[in-house]
Design a protein around this ligand. Structure first.
Ligand code: AMP
Length: 421
């Protein structure tokens, strides 16, 4: 038997209830915050990601699903959305159509990581990219959207951590000092961090390796390298988060993996999902658009992992989605009347009712079992003596009340149910 690829998940109908609850909350909040949905292709030219995310990052150096297609194009299944959204922003000149483009997405992503709980090879993210404005109010707003979504689905055990990476030159002097600090401790670093010393020093700071963490305990802090403009920006973000009543902590070691961040970075973590605790991460990326060939444009965004958020929801029992239910299950009492049942079902469906009926000539008892299993609110019995009289029994499954309805007046059923709903 051929099984699903390691690190990919089937999302079965019962799990979809949770998914839909989350994605509907996402869409609702995006409306409140006035973000518009964007969809981009599943695959892009590999160069977009290597240029946009950075050669020195884990994503580009070891996790991308890249391949050469039959026309010798180098393509990659998207490992994240920011580069794709920015490409679309440039390609369609969205910056000329509006000063500020507030976009959101919900999409699958692909990274060849070592699968474990909360870490998949095909996973799903929702996120936002607000492109065109440098104001700290947008940094705060982006953090607020993420926070509102997570708290609206019922998560309580979450923490917002923020940091600032300042301007490129500030980050550069910090990186220089950091390298100086680490160079004579090189032998004590993990293999990954030894490599990063050459190509992505900043990443050593958020290494999960215990030994590395010990070594960087007394490393210089990026916050000591920020100039007045960066500090002012950061202070404003903090003030606005306080106004929005969002509890947060400043975490100078939060540098995040991607090359394109400037100023604010943030992460929202859950204490309930084990080692893969980051539910959401993002920040400001004022340099990326120019780096990808567009006009210099400030931007800020985040990405949140749907599977991980749902794991946190499960651990916290954050919500119970409404079970799917049917309006009417039509029981067929007489095989000859199958076409009639089909006709009634069509009528009710056209009137926006959720309808099911038996497709395999089951016994009445079995049909009733099915009606119960599907949480039918009403059952319509078609057949028998009543049918001869042009009527059918109509049963309210909650109260067990039964009444006769005229089959030439199905509109009465429609108004009866509509009234009770
Ligand atoms: P990133 O794009 O790496 O900043 O990730 C943003 C969010 O996506 C993380 O906080 C996770 O919730 C989620 N995420 C990232 N990588 C994976 C993965 N391999 N499997 C599941 N979720 C992931």
């Amino acid at each position: 038997m051929i099984k699903a690829i390691k690190g990919t998940n089937d999302i079965l109908p019962e799990e979809m209830l949770n998914w839909n609850f989350l994605t509907e909350t996402v869409k609702e909040q995006m409306k409140f915050f006035n973000y518009k949905e964007i969809r981009t292709p599943i695959f892009e030219h590999t160069a977009l990601f290597s240029r946009g995310i950075g050669e020195g990052t884990d994503i580009v150096s070891k996790e991308m699903y890249s391949f050469t297609d039959r026309s010798e194009n180098n393509v990659t299944l998207k490992p994240e959305m920011t580069a794709s959204v920015v490409r679309a922003f440039i390609e369609h000149s969205l910056g000329k159509k509006a000063n500020l483009n507030k976009l959101f997405y919900i999409s699958p992503m692909f990274r060849q990581e070592r699968p474990q709980a909360g870490r998949l090879r095909q996973f799903h993210q929702f996120g936002v990219e607000a492109i065109g404005n440098h104001n700290p109010s947008l940094d705060a707003e982006v953090i607020q959207v993420a926070y509102e979504i997570l708290t609206n689905i019922g998560l309580k055990e979450i923490e917002v951590k923020i940091n600032s990476l300042g301007l490129p030159e500030e980050r550069e002097s910090f990186t220089y000092k950091l390298k100086e600090f680490l160079i004579d401790k090189k032998d004590g670093l993990s293999e990954d961090s030894k490599n990063r010393l050459e190509n992505n020093v900043l990443r050593i700071i958020d290494s999960k390796d215990r030994g590395d963490q010990q070594l960087i305990k007394n490393a210089p802090s990026i916050l000591d390298f920020l100039g007045s403009e960066s500090l002012e920006h950061f202070e404003k973000v903090k003030d606005l988060l306080t106004i929005a009543k969002i509890p947060f902590s400043v975490e100078p070691k939060l540098v995040r993996g991607l090359d394109y961040y400037t100023h604010t970075t943030f992460e929202i973590t859950s204490s309930k999902v084990g080692s893969q605790s980051a539910l959401c991460g993002g920040g400001r990326y004022n340099l990326l658009i120019e780096q990808l060939g567009g006009a210099s444009t400030p931007a800020v965004g985040f990405a949140a992992g749907i599977e991980r958020i749902l794991l946190a929801c499960k651990a916290e029992e954050a919500f119970t989605p409404n079970e799917d239910e049917l309006d009417i299950y039509i029981v067929c009492l007489d095989k000859e009347l199958e076409n009639k049942v089909f006709e009634f079902a069509s009528f009710f469906r056209k009137n926006n009712f959720r309808i099911e009926f038996d497709h395999s000539s089951k016994s009445v008892k079995a049909q009733m079992r099915e009606a119960n299993r599907l949480n039918a609110k009403y059952v319509l019995f078609v057949g028998g003596e009543e049918y001869e009289k042009g009527q059918a029994q109509f049963k309210n499954m909650t109260t067990s009340e039964q009444e006769f309805v005229d089959l030439d007046k199905l509109d009465d059923i429609v108004s009866l149910i509509s009234k009770k709903n």
